[in-house]
Ligand binder design. Structure first.
Ligand SMILES: [Cu+2]
Length: 146
């Protein structure tokens, strides 16, 4: 009987720690992937990113770990385009569903939008226009170096 109680307590503990771990891990993963909204007083550079039909210019951007960038997203095309950062999987999901994404930025033709973003971890961040017909070619990369 005593042994049963011990086993019960132990499995409860394992289950509890696993749940706690899973939650923290999820938060960390998101931060590893894209960084976070930046503080406007910490901006070190402004990077212009043109949205064309159907590509981004430049398609590859290099930043430093910890750096806060002000992106100026200018739509030079004739169609509305979106800008979204994430992993390739996140972007594919965004392109195949109509679910709202809080980080998605819509830019209409000849419109200009700003995004202040801090890159917190070394790695490669993908970005894309997740509109279905644009998604194949409208992709880019942000390389976060040490
Ligand atoms: Cu587009």
């Amino acid at each position: 009987m005593y042994r049963m109680l011990l086993i019960f307590l132990f499995s409860t503990f394992v289950l509890f720690s696993y749940t706690a771990f899973a939650e923290t891990n999820q938060l960390n993963n998101e931060e590893v992937l894209i960084g976070k909204p930046g503080d406007p007083s910490q901006v070190s550079r402004t990077i212009k990113l043109a949205l064309l039909d159907n590509m981004f210019l430049p398609p590859e951007i290099t930043v430093s770990e910890g750096e806060t960038i002000k992106f100026v997203l200018k739509n030079l095309g004739n169609n509305t385009h979106h800008f979204l950062m994430g992993s390739v999987d996140d972007l594919k999901k965004a392109a195949s569903t109509k679910r709202k994404n809080e980080h998605l930025i819509r830019v209409k033709p000849s419109e200009e939008k700003e995004l202040i973003w801090q890159f917190t971890k070394v790695g490669t961040i993908n970005f894309a226009c997740p509109i279905r017909d644009h998604f194949k070619t409208m992709r880019g990369k942000i390389i976060v170096k040490k």
